[in-house]
Design a protein around this ligand. Structure first.
Ligand code: NOJ
Length: 487
């Protein structure tokens, strides 16, 4: 029921998509009568815009026990009864570990300029620290070579949630030793891949793995810690990022760029007036105070520290200096928009709560708000003067069914992507320095605790046979890439 309702309201939200056929016919007749072409002028992106797609190790690789890989917290969590939808695990996932060559050919067919993947820490250091496992790194050597041989630029994330279980056993992200272990691992990978990989991202979505994994208990490692402890975990995550940036720079070949992939709240004015825009700008800093703002400014905001009081994280001046280590680019994972209005409170803003009828995709949290792709990068560029921004993830979950003749008509995803890209186009055409976009995801994969039922891919995957089928959204995205503009 909720899905049906949300789909209807989704259509309401998306202007032209709901024009009646007669209205569309009138529009095109008028255009022709006025001597304009019947196909709309493509809204182009800047030359060299990097069109990509993304995945993550545990979500696609499978081969959980191969070539010396150690267990990660997601192996433990997903194998614990009752933790994931249908008991699904990433043991096999998309079997990408064995099928990566076939997958790279599909990427090529789509026209991808770049592919964002993550390295599984427990493949490279099965125990998290200590002796590296050369066979683990070899997989990424093969993958990177295959991508480059097909003219696809590799963008590498170092941590996408699959923490080695051995480290969790010693306190995981509750221990600052994990931040240091991460830096060692990141430096090691950068040293070995940076002759070919020129862009590294430290951690993916700190906000998600900290809040969902250590506070809400719905993701690995499934903890429900007290506020002070969660704040310390958050601090160790941003510290790991900062130490990681330093270690990558110390070990990588010259010319390598380092950033992160964070799901910063993309705060947007609910109405585009000066007062609401000013409120959204304030919200952007404060709503991201534990992550992006701390990293950009090398300090926690006064409001963040005051809000947490005695529960605030414990940190040193040196920690904050490391956290604020300058980065070369910001990666923004964006799915939803945080709507903001001006308010008379001391913060000057209020987050507008979503009513129950707010449209969302299959995942209930995935509330549709294309404007995040305009306001998110725009405010990041304005507030922190950033010159290089990527949308490191954006995409939609859908119920996706394969028709008997082998098609997936995911018109909801096509609408979603078109509307988000329209807002991104608005940003780049105003000069917001977004250099690339990575659609999540290249193929259906293991959607964490939601298992395999929640599909995000441009390619449909039959998890019994591992057959990949490009969806309608893949055709749409291929066209966008080919014309470097909206389709
Ligand atoms: C963000 C995460 O980085 C990715 O792993 C996840 O699958 C997508 N969001 C969709 O939930």
């Amino acid at each position: 029921m909720i899905n049906r309702l949300s789909r209807r309201s989704f259509a309401r939200l998306f202007g032209t998509a709901v024009l009646a056929p007669t209205a569309l016919a009138t529009l095109s007749t008028t255009a022709q009568a006025e001597g304009t072409p019947s196909t709309p002028t493509a809204r182009r992106f800047p030359q060299g815009f990097l069109w990509g797609s993304a995945t993550a190790s545990y979500q696609v690789e499978g081969a959980a026990n191969e070539d010396g890989r150690g267990p990660s917290i997601w192996d433990t969590f997903s194998h614990t009864a009752g933790k994931t939808n249908n008991g699904d695990t990433g043991d096999i996932a998309d079997d990408h570990y064995h099928r990566y060559k076939e997958d790279v050919q599909l990427m090529k067919a789509l026209g991808l300029k770049t592919y964002r993947f993550s390295v599984a820490w427990p493949r490279v250091f099965p125990q998290g620290t200590g002796t590296p496992n050369p066979k683990g790194l070899d997989f990424y050597n093969r993958l990177v070579d295959e991508l480059l041989a097909n003219n696809i630029q590799p963008y590498c994330t170092l941590f996408h949630w699959d923490l080695p279980q051995a480290l969790e056993d010693k306190g995981g992200w509750q221990s600052r030793d994990t931040s240091e272990a991460f830096a060692n691992y990141a430096g090691y990978v950068a040293q070995h891949l940076s002759d070919r990989v020129k862009h590294f991202m430290t951690l993916n979505e700190m906000k998600s793995f900290v809040d969902i994994g250590y506070r809400d208990g719905r993701h690995a490692p499934g903890l429900t810690l007290s506020v002070d402890k969660v704040n310390q975990v958050r601090h160790h995550a941003v510290l790991a990022h900062g130490l990681g940036v330093q270690a990558i720079r110390a070990h990588a070949k010259p010319g390598v760029k380092v950033g992160l992939a964070e799901n910063a709240e993309a705060c947007a004015p609910i109405i585009e007036t000066a007062e609401h825009i000013a409120a959204a700008r304030k919200a952007m800093r404060e709503e991201n105070a534990g992550y992006l703002t701390a990293i950009m400014e090398g300090k926690y905001t006064d409001a963040y520290l005051a809000h947490h009081g005695a529960n605030a994280p414990k940190f040193t001046v040196a920690d904050m200096k490391a956290i604020g280590t300058p980065i070369d680019f910001v990666g923004l994972n964006n799915y939803t928009t945080t709507w903001v209005r001006a308010d008379n409170s001391s913060s000057g803003y209020a987050v507008v709560p979503a009513p129950a009828s707010y449209p969302h995709m299959m995942s209930p949290w995935l509330r549709v708000g294309p404007q995040g792709l305009y306001w998110g990068p725009k405010l990041i560029a304005e507030i922190w003067g950033f010159k290089e921004i990527y949308i490191t993830e954006n995409g939609a979950s859908s119920t996706d069914t394969l028709t008997p003749d082998g098609h997936v008509y995911d018109s909801d995803r096509v609408m979603y992507l078109r509307n988000y890209l329209t807002q991104l186009h608005r940003a780049v055409s105003e000069g917001v320095p977004v250099k690339g976009y990575f659609c999540w995801s290249f193929m259906d994969n293991y959607e964490w605790a939601d298992g395999y039922a929640y599909r995000f891919g441009l390619h449909y995957v039959d998890f019994q046979t591992q057959k990949r089928t490009p969806k309608l959204s893949a055709q749409f995205y291929k066209e966008v890439i080919a014309r470097n503009g909206l389709a």
